[in-house]
Design a protein around this ligand. Sequence first.
Ligand code: GTP
Ligand code: SPV
Ligand code: MN
Length: 599
Amino acid sequence: MPQTTKVETWVQKVKELCQPENIVICSGTPEEYDQMWELLIESGAARRLNNTKRPNSYIVRSDPDDVARVESRTFVCSHEEEDAGPNNNWMSPKDMKATLTPLFSGCMRGRTMYVIPFSMGPIGSPIAHIGVQITDSPYVVASMHIMTRMGRAVLDAIGSGDFVPCLHSVGKPLCKGEADASWPCNPNQLYVAHFPEERQIFSFGSGYGGNALLGKKCFALRIASTMAREGGWLAEHMLILKITNPEGIVRYIAGAFPSACGKTNLAMLVPTIPNWQVETVGDDICWMQFGDDGRLYGINPEAGFFGVAPGTSMQSNPNAMLTLRKNCIFTNVAETDEGDVWWEGMTEKPPAHLIDWRGEDWTPDSANTAAHPNARFTVSARQCPTMAEEWEDRSGVPISAILFGGRRATVVPLVNESANWIQGVFFGSIVSSEKTAAAAGNIGKLRRDPMAMLPFCGYNMADYWQHWINLAKNATTKLPSIYYVNWFRKDENGDFLWPGFGENSRVLKWIFDRCEGNAEVIKTPIGNVPSPDGIDFSGLKLSSSQIEHLLKVEIDGWLKEIPSIKAYYKEYHDRLPKELSKELEELKSRLEDAKQSTL
Ligand code: GTP
Ligand code: SPV
Ligand code: MN
């Protein structure tokens, strides 16, 4: 008799709890992918797009109450509340299990339960980790086909080894004869619960994005961040890009920007400066580990992109548009009369008529947007014309620089460079950004989003900062340089000062040159900023006063931030690394000195 594996034991347990009608162990084959679409079309959730315009692609409309990550219903269930930190919602593992057990009990009645073995990172890579997601959503199965390496090969790779169990249900059991909703979900009983000590994930009630594709934020960030802390590595909300200068020298840069703040766009950037090349390694998540040479190496643990559609166009991000020509899933975009897709910003002039993301007729006079602001595309990374040939390298790529950035209309300049790693961690810890549509809640509200990880750090943020600081203590060679960037500064009229997108290559060039030791800087209270001719602004329609505004270190503005940073740090009590309070004090005194000398 062959031994029962851990996967089989767990599947049996979940079957007894959830009571599905059938069980399918996912193979990961194209036939299986097609079958999911047959089901989704039959249920009314999806439509096939015009095959000549957008071959092998689908448009999906979610329930209007299930359109984004829901941070208020996302929990970290560590034994001690302090270990989850003020950055997470907390419930004790015991209480959460007592809450979830009745919800999951019988929750898959009348549905098929799919078992998805998946690998985050290339199968067999020493940096990769394996999970098994159980779900009752064919949309999740189809999405996992694109976003991860999954199926038979992963099951074989698990063998009798360990995996992270990820249990997901849309939370809508079906009675005999009951008609199904086109997008079943249960937003009133939503839970996205993480058990970092047991390394388990339970998600109930949503079928959308980061709530439901559990390999992504739940595993690759929240659970992986706790694994990384233990193992001395980093699991980050970062893009990875490869940049090659005209002499053919290559550098890799990682960058953390909050949700819907420009990672996908930067990762696929088309440089506007001649003879420079930018290629893509990853657009959302980066796992970094020390290599034998002491440098930090990053991998993209995902296999696809789940990117923001609105704003994506041949002007802003042609590489994304080229990636999206076939084999895509579009969720909550608008449909054209020709059976293709459209979203705000795709073309200058909207089509005269559309079916909007809610399935209703839409014209340019309609009051609402045609696509939901968090409408997304799902597409295999392999289709992106700028994927770097080494994007699936098992050992990852060596990272030379790390960027932190957010949406800040004021105060934060285009770019500044930290004097050292600890100061970089300090700047990462105080990143703040205006909230976007990627998460449910008030759009535009300014909040601190340290390292773009506020919604994704699976443990106390102060301990996470300490972990970052400790890396410097253990490093045997120079760690990446750290930069704070801001593409989103606005002028008096509320217009963006900086053209952004491809023009961000000008800032990348300066960072590249700094890594090579070639560019001049001016020392300021907030670190090093480019000398006046440090960044090439030629050919841009920017006046010298606009350039000055973009690069300006606003002493008063920064001084005003100090009390708010202090108050924010206070939330972390004595867990706050003393290195960070010291950085804050030193920043304050440098700013006060600078103010004195200008009086
Ligand atoms: P997640 O997938 O949610 O983690 O987001 P992301 O960081 O990958 O965001 P993405 O690149 O998809 O950015 C989405 C939004 O940022 C869109 O509204 C873009 O138009 C806008 N955006 C991206 N880059 C720039 C830029 O350089 N300047 C300006 N002004 N807007 C930008
Ligand atoms: C984000 O919100 O940062 C995303 C989308 O990348 S989701 O996977 O839904 O979290
Ligand atoms: Mn993201």
